[in-house]
Ligand binder design. Structure first.
Ligand SMILES: *Cc1c(COP(=O)(O)O)cnc(C)c1O
Length: 382
């Protein structure tokens, strides 16, 4: 059964050489943009590509504002701070995520609290969240407090795993009820939508990544998305060293960050954004083909976009029957030069997050033993 999958993937990518998990797709347009930025000499913190990228990204998402940053982790760190996360606070997120989600919380001197995911979309489960808040949270004058720790629960960070949208309607209703800010970690879900609304636009703030392995890339990059103008202005100010605008004077009015996206990267980001729809279309073809393959062969369950949603299929994933099958699949495919990989180690299993409060994490533990990601780069065949 593994050899059928290996043949399928080698046929799709028309090669028997090494097939990476996800590689970027570049064209002549990308090359032209990068060279133009170099020729202009504006490669660093000033230049028109940054402004252009922010406008075009906001418009693509139907969002009020986008602020480009040096990477997605930095974007998340600042977004959390803007959502009101302070030293000693807690932030609820999911255990099944890339380490950046938890790190961005820790960089704000806050502690992550891990609540379970659901098996359908692999994202933060609103039912588990509701139960956790009912059992643990109390509304007080200074905010919503975790009664086991006495700390403020300052934010909730759902992450749209592999590009599959979380159940944002339910998560937003709970967050509104408990008066907790939502920051979406949409690093993996550029182009994913719930009905017609883009991921990253549901919470008070959303965050994207343009790292080399993401759907589109500018080498390294990220963005903070918000509909709130003053939050956007604060994001811009904080990520650009909190410099007070002036023709020649260097004055800064708070401790800011040097998190701005360089113009050289923004040039590539503009070019890539122009190709996003065609990349999404080609990734979708592959996802459909995987879906059919696993429907017919039946030995693993393909993770399809949730009902009513359009996924970007950033990384295709299957749920194998158990850990042995997962390990067999990983071994056989990697031995044939096909890069497949398991899900991340769960956050509370990492040494630095081992002491954090967690929900029972039943689904996350079940999934972590079974998930395998399959090669997912966009190709223009098929
Ligand atoms: C990629 C990613 C980020 C941000 O990553 P950067 O490499 O810093 O751009 C954040 N969260 C998740 C879930 C990611 O997959």
């Amino acid at each position: 059964m593994y050899s059928d999958l290996i043949n399928f993937i080698q046929d799709w990518y028309q090669t028997k050489e090494v097939i990476p998990l996800h590689e970027p797709r570049f064209t002549e347009v990308d090359r032209r943009h990068v060279l133009d930025a170099i020729d202009s000499t504006f490669v660093s913190s000033v230049g028109e590509y940054v402004d252009r990228f922010e406008k075009e990204l906001a418009s693509y998402l139907g969002a009020g504002h986008a602020v480009a940053t040096v990477n997605g982790t930095a974007a998340l760190q600042v977004a959390l701070r803007l959502a009101g996360v302070e030293k000693g606070d807690e932030v609820i997120t999911q255990p099944l995520t890339f380490v950046a989600t938890a790190n961005a919380i820790a960089h704000n001197n806050a502690s992550p609290v891990f609540v379970d995911v659901n098996r359908e979309n692999l994202g933060l489960c609103p039912d588990a969240l509701e139960k956790f808040l009912d059992q643990t949270a109390r509304k007080k004058a200074r905010g919503t407090i975790n009664k086991t720790s006495g700390r403020k629960i300052a934010a909730i960070v759902p992450m749209h795993t592999f590009g599959h949208p979380c159940r944002m309607k339910q998560i937003m209703e709970l967050a509104d009820h408990w008066k907790i800010a939502v920051v979406e970690d949409a690093a993996e879900s550029l182009g994913s939508r719930i009905s017609t609304q883009h991921c990253a636009t549901f919470g008070a703030l959303g965050v994207l990544s343009f790292n080399g392995n993401k759907t589109i890339t500018c080498g390294g990059g990220g963005a903070i998305i918000t509909n709130n103008k003053s939050l956007a202005q604060r994001a811009k100010h904080l990520t650009t060293t909190a410099k007070v605008a002036h023709k020649w004077e260097f004055s800064h009015d708070e401790i800011g960050y040097n998190f701005r996206m360089p113009n050289l990267n923004a040039a590539l980001a503009c070019a890539q954004l122009g190709q996003l729809d065609s990349i999404l279309k080609d990734k979708r073809k592959l996802a459909r083909a995987y879906e059919t393959f696993f429907k017919e062969s039946g030995w693993a369950k393909f993770v399809a976009e949730p009902q009513g949603c359009t996924g970007n299929y950033w990384l295709n994933a299957v749920i194998t029957s158990d850990q042995n099958q997962r390990d067999d699949l990983l071994t056989k495919t990697n031995a044939s030069g096909i890069a497949t990989r398991p899900a991340w180690k769960l956050m509370p299993d990492l040494p630095m997050y081992g002491e954090c409060q967690t929900d029972d994490l039943k689904n996350a533990r079940w999934l972590a033993k079974r998930i395998v990601n399959l090669p997912s780069s966009a190709r223009s065949n098929g």
